[in-house]
Design a binder for this molecule. Structure first.
Ligand code: AMP
Ligand code: ZN
Length: 499
């Protein structure tokens, strides 16, 4: 793409510099990768025991956008994001359902990938699964024991000797004494076999009925933190450029990852630590226990999931974001405005193509005024880039897209030359692509999916009625109502209509 070349020319001239806010230094730093032209990036993925909620979607959308921008800058990005597929919550769910942890994880990984596709999140270069990486975990734990950073308790648990790692607390900016006194207050039960209350689990022995692996210490499974240290090392090497996740992971998860990886390798683990702020609902923390959360799947019943993506990118990733119906509606309208512009350009282009074919004429070149306009339109691209270079400020980048849309809407008309139309389209699609928005994927696709879903729910309701489960049948009717669908039972069967 021509524009890419222009960008890279500037880049090599040192005119643009990407800055990333690093949780480690609590400041924006210039980005310099370890290996020229390459970026190694690890993002903690979800624990798969349920459909992902829209909070989980935030880091996915944010880091997919970061990856796209880095690639646009010409970096080859090795992007690794795991699925935690063994965990207490997964085991509990399997026990409740009378199935296996493997079956639960498998099911929700598939569902998660479906949601990711809907949000236009590209698959990572590698999506490792914790259960497939147990040998690497045993190896790193053994290494930590050998180096004196870990020890085995009598019951077969292996703990990390936190105080031995001198830099502990460097990411979360906590000091060991504060942590210690904080812990003393909560430490009522006491963890058997720990040398110190700050020590954390690397390996835990199985309980009856739990999945387990053989190890030198006990039949059991790894702790959560060691998973990421090991998967990151295996797929990206001992040192990486960027490590990302939600801000709740800073402590203890990422702090512990640093302690494990750096004690084992003796090298700095990750140079840049990026954390997205939380997504709240009605200005309250979204949580499963409060019941105030939506799954991505819930949202997909009402909106194209690209609207969710656009909504998330309308805020800077380090700002808390409040989810509300009005803001989603605003995002929907905003995205529609951009889509309409793209559609208008495509329509004009098609009309021109047809005309050129009918008249057997060649496509027109830009006029002098159009050339000036084309030059002017670059300023919006520049504004977009400046925003992204400043710690991926997608909020400002989105504003630049709206300005470009306004510019295109006022400057293009039936008489515009084909060359100008194509140039404008190229600019618009360049920026929307970088945000991960596919303008050609329209509401029609959603409608198809929606109809399928309605038919499926009607079928389930009929089945419930046959089984005389009227509570369930009513619940499905309510669900359809909340989707804006009314049912009517007729002699010919159930008919539905939009409210
Ligand atoms: P979990 O499955 O809980 O480990 O979460 C997976 C990812 O989603 C982590 O990076 C979390 O930090 C992130 N996350 C969870 N809840 C939210 C939320 N409400 N807002 C933003 N990120 C979240
Ligand atoms: Zn992790």
């Amino acid at each position: 793409m021509l524009f890419m070349a222009e960008f890279q020319e500037k880049e090599s001239a040192g005119e643009t510099t990407l800055k990333i806010y690093n949780t480690l230094s609590k400041s924006k730093e210039e980005f310099h990768p370890i290996e020229e032209g390459k970026v190694r990036m690890y993002v903690c993925g979800p624990t798969v025991y349920n459909l992902i909620h829209i909070g989980n979607a935030r880091p996915m959308i944010v880091f997919d956008t970061v990856r796209r921008y880095l690639e646009y800058k010409g970096y080859e990005v090795n992007f690794v994001s795991n699925f935690t597929d063994v965990d207490d919550k997964i085991i509990k769910k399997a026990q409740e359902e009378g199935s296996t942890a493997e079956e639960i994880a498998d099911r929700y990984i598939k569902e998660c990938k479906k949601d990711m596709e809907g949000m236009n999140i590209r698959p990572a270069t590698t999506h490792p699964l914790a259960t497939q990486e147990i040998p690497g975990m045993i190896e790193m734990i053994s290494d930590l024991i050998e180096k004196g950073y870990a020890y085995k308790a009598e019951d077969g648990t292996v703990y990390y000797r936190t105080k031995k790692f001198k830099d502990y607390g460097k990411l979360s900016h906590k000091n060991l004494e504060d942590l210690q006194s904080g812990h003393r207050e909560i430490q009522v039960k006491g963890d058997d076999g720990k040398e110190d209350e700050l020590d954390f689990v690397l390996w835990k022995p199985k309980k009856e009925g739990e999945p387990f692996w053989e190890s030198p210490w006990s039949e059991g499974r790894p702790g959560w933190h060691i998973e990421c240290s090991v998967m990151s090392k295996k797929y990206l090497g001992e040192q990486i450029d960027i490590h990302g996740g939600g801000e709740d992971l800073v402590f203890p998860h990422h702090e512990n990852e640093i302690a494990q990886s750096e004690a084992s390798s003796g090298k700095v683990f990750s140079n840049y630590w990026m954390h997205n702020a939380f997504l709240n609902i009605d200005n309250k923390k979204m949580s499963k226990s409060l019941g105030n959360f939506f799954t991505v799947r819930d949202i997909s019943e009402k909106y194209d999931l690209q609207v969710l993506r656009f909504f998330m990118l309308s805020a800077h990733y380090r700002s808390p974001l409040n989810f509300s119906e009005e803001l989603m509606q605003a995002a929907k309208n905003g995205l529609e405005r951009i889509r309409t512009c793209a559609q208008m350009l495509t329509d004009l282009e098609n009309t021109k193509k047809q005309k050129a074919a009918d008249e057997n004429s060649s496509p027109e070149k830009m006029t002098e005024t159009e050339k000036e306009g084309e030059e002017q339109s670059l300023s919006y691209v520049k504004k977009f880039e400046d925003a992204m270079e400043d710690d991926f400020n997608t909020a400002d980048a989105v504003s630049a897209v709206f300005e470009l849309v306004k510019f295109i809407n006022t400057r293009t008309k039936e008489e515009s030359s084909m060359e100008f139309l194509l140039k404008m389209k190229e600019r618009l699609f360049l920026l929307t692509d970088l945000l991960g928005l596919d303008l050609m994927r329209g509401e029609d696709d959603l409608e198809e999916g929606l109809e399928e879903k309605i038919e499926q729910l009607i079928g389930e309701r009929q089945e419930a009625r046959k089984q005389k489960d009227f509570a369930k049948a009513d619940q499905i009717r309510e669900q359809l109502l909340s989707m804006g669908i009314a049912l009517k039972d007729t002699r010919e069967g159930v008919k539905w209509s939009r409210i």
